[in-house]
Design a protein around this ligand. Structure first.
Ligand code: IMP
Length: 501
C-alpha cells in the first residue's frame, strides 16, 4: 500500500513568527545576514564560500544573466547564470562577470573624430551617457584620440555638421591612467584633478575603461559585495545532468565559482553521477549544489552523493505548473522544515553541515524571514529578481502599467530540454511552466535593501541578530484560515493601500 503522510503539507503563508525577547543589542543595523553557501565542518573550519546576504537568483533565462549577477554580487548575494543556452554563450556571460572590474566601466558611447555633433547628440539621446570616447576606429577599445562631454559643445551656437575633431578635448589635454591603476588610485587622480571621468589606457594608448567619479561612490556604498581573492565578483552557474563533461570545464575555465545542478527533481541517479564526475575530475576544489528535493530521503541521498548544498522545493515557484501537470510536489514550508531537520541530523552524525536553499515560492518579504527561520541557509528567487531593471527581459507597458516578462524554464519559451528530461526522451512533451508578466519594480539595489531591512527588523522582533540564532530560537505557529483573513487589513474602507508587502 502507498505511504500516506499523516498531515497535509503547508506553505509559507500558513505560518507566522511569534515574537521573542528583544534586548538592546537587537537593532537592524547590528543584524548580520552572513550565511554559508557550501558544506563545511561546522565548528572546525570556515565554509569555502559564504554569502553576505542570503539571496541567490534563480537559474532561469528570464532572471540570471551577467548584468543581474554583477548587481546581486554587489549586494552580497550570488547569481546562478542559466544553463539553457549554449556552453559558449553561458561561458561568455561568466567571463563578463569575472572580467568586470568594480568601478572600471567599458565605454558605452564611442565615436570617431570624423563623426559630427549630430552623432554625439543622437548617441546621448539613445543611451543617456554624456561622456563619449573618441577613438581611432570608434570602438570602446580603439586608440584614444579624445573625449566629448557636454562641456565641449553648445548646441545653440554650433552647427550639427561640425566635426567632432573640431570641438573634442584632445588626447594631449586629457589626464589618463595606466592599466594597472587601482580603483583607489583612480579615485585620487579624479579628486586631485577635479575630473568627472578618468580614461584608463594600455601601453599602446588604447582605451580600456573609464572610471567615473559617481561609480567610485557606489562602489564604496556596497560594503557587503561578494568578491573572490582577486577582487572579482563571485558568480555561479546552472548545469545539467547530460552535457556536464563538456559544459563544466568550459564554465570553470571562464571563471565560474560554484555550480548547481538545475533540475525540477533531484532525487535521481543522474544527479549522483554528475556529482561523482565532478569529484573524480576536480576532487573537492569545485563546489556543486544539487536538487531539488522535498523530503529527508532526497536530502540524505544528495548529501551522501557529495552535494555541497541542497536545494529544496518542487512546484512552489510562481511560474510553475508542475503540481498541476504531474501531481508532484509538496508545500514549501513543510518540505523545508523536514529537510532542515534532516540536515541537522546529518550534521550530528557526520560533523558536516550541508547548507540548504529554499527555492521558489517566496512571494512576500516576510516569507524570506519565515524560510530562514524554518532552517533555510539561503533563498533562491526568480519572480523577485525578474521585476528589476537588471533582469534580462523586456520592460513592457501592459494596461497602463510597466511590467517585465518572466517565463519558467519548463515553458516552451525557454525550450530547456535538459531540465525536465530525466535521461530518456530528448523531447519536451508538455510544459511545466508558464510565460508571464510581473510588475516592474525598479533597481535591484533599492528593492534588496528594503526587503532585507524588513527581514532584519523581524529578526529583532524574534530577539536574534544572525541567521543561525534565528534558526535555533524562532517560534513559529500555523495559523487558521480565519486568522489569515485577520492578518490583512479588514473591516475598513481602503483609502490608500500599503506601498509594499
Ligand atoms: P519563484 O521565485 O517563485 O518565481 O520560483 C523560482 C523557481 O521556480 C526556480 O528557481 C525554479 O526552481 C523553479 N522553476 C523555474 N522555472 C520553472 C518551470 O518552468 N516550472 C516549474 N518550476 C520552475
Amino acid at each position: 500500500m502507498a505511504y500516506y503522510y499523516p498531515e497535509p503539507s503547508h506553505t509559507f503563508s500558513e505560518y507566522l513568527l511569534v515574537p521573542g525577547y528583544t534586548s538592546e543589542e537587537c537593532v537592524p543595523d547590528r543584524v548580520s545576514l552572513r550565511t554559508p553557501l557550501v558544506k563545511y565542518r561546522k565548528g572546525v573550519e570556515e565554509p569555502a564560500i559564504s554569502l553576505n546576504i542570503p539571496m541567490t537568483s534563480a537559474v532561469m533565462q528570464s532572471v540570471s544573466n551577467d548584468t543581474l549577477a554583477i548587481a546581486l554580487a554587489k549586494e552580497g548575494g550570488i547569481s546562478f547564470i542559466f544553463g539553457s543556452q549554449t556552453v559558449e554563450d553561458q561561458a561568455a556571460m561568466v567571463a563578463k562577470v569575472k572580467g568586470y572590474k568594480a568601478g572600471f566601466v567599458t565605454s558605452a558611447s564611442n565615436l570617431t573624430p570624423d563623426h559630427t555633433l549630430a552623432d554625439v547628440l543622437a548617441l546621448k539621446a539613445k543611451n543617456g551617457f554624456s561622456t563619449v570616447a573618441i577613438t581611432e576606429d570608434g570602438t570602446a577599445h580603439g586608440k584614444l584620440l579624445g573625449i566629448v562631454t557636454s562641456r565641449d559643445y553648445r548646441v545653440s551656437r554650433m552647427n550639427p555638421d561640425d566635426k567632432i575633431s573640431s570641438f573634442m578635448t584632445k588626447r594631449e589635454k586629457l589626464i589618463v591612467a595606466p592599466k594597472d591603476t587601482t580603483l583607489k588610485e583612480a579615485n585620487d587622480i579624479i579628486w586631485d584633478h577635479k575630473l568627472n571621468s578618468l580614461p584608463i589606457v594600455d601601453e599602446n594608448d588604447h582605451l580600456m575603461y573609464f572610471v567615473f567619479r559617481k561609480d567610485y561612490a557606489s562602489h564604496k556604498a556596497n560594503p557587503l559585495e561578494l568578491l573572490d581573492k582577486e577582487k572579482r565578483y563571485l558568480v555561479g552557474v546552472g548545469i545539467n545532468t547530460r552535457d556536464y563533461a563538456t559544459r563544466i570545464p568550459a564554465l570553470l575555465e571562464a571563471g565560474a565559482d560554484v555550480l548547481v545542478i538545475d533540475s525540477s527533481e533531484g532525487y535521481t541517479c543522474w544527479q549522483s553521477k554528475t556529482i561523482a564526475w565532478v569529484r573524480e575530475h576536480y576532487g573537492d576544489t569545485v563546489k556543486i549544489g544539487a536538487g531539488n528535493v522535498v523530503d529527508k530521503d532526497g536530502f540524505r541521498f544528495l548529501a551522501e552523493a557529495g552535494a555541497d548544498f541542497v536545494k529544496v522545493g518542487i512546484g512552489g515557484g510562481s511560474i510553475c505548473i508542475t503540481r498541476e501537470t504531474k501531481g508532484i510536489g509538496r508545500g514549501q514550508a513543510t518540505a523545508l522544515i523536514e529537510v532542515a531537520a534532516a540536515r541537522d541530523e546529518y550534521f550530528k552524525e557526520t560533523g558536516i553541515y550541508v547548507p540548504i536553499c529554499s527555492d521558489g515560492g517566496i512571494v512576500h518579504d516576510y516569507h524570506m524571514t519565515l524560510a530562514l527561520a524554518m532552517g533555510a541557509d539561503f533563498l533562491m528567487l526568480g519572480r523577485y529578481f525578474a521585476r528589476f531593471d537588471e533582469s534580462p527581459t523586456n520592460k513592457v507597458m501592459v494596461n497602463g502599467a510597466y511590467m517585465k516578462e518572466y517565463w519558467g524554464e519548463g515553458s516552451n519559451r525557454a525550450r530547456n530540454w535538459q531540465r525536465y528530461d530525466l535521461g530518456g526522451s530528448t523531447k519536451l512533451s508538455f510544459e511545466e511552466g508558464v510565460d508571464s508578466y510581473v510588475t516592474y519594480a525598479g533597481p535591484l539595489h533599492d528593492n534588496v535593501e528594503a526587503s532585507l531591512y524588513k527581514v532584519k527588523s523581524t529578526m529583532c522582533n524574534v530577539g536574534v541578530i544572525n541567521i543561525p540564532d534565528l534558526q535555533r530560537d524562532a517560534k513559529l505557529t500555523l495559523v487558521s484560515s480565519v486568522s489569515i483573513v485577520e492578518g490583512g487589513y479588514h473591516d475598513v474602507q481602503l483609502r490608500n493601500g500599503p506601498t509594499s508587502k
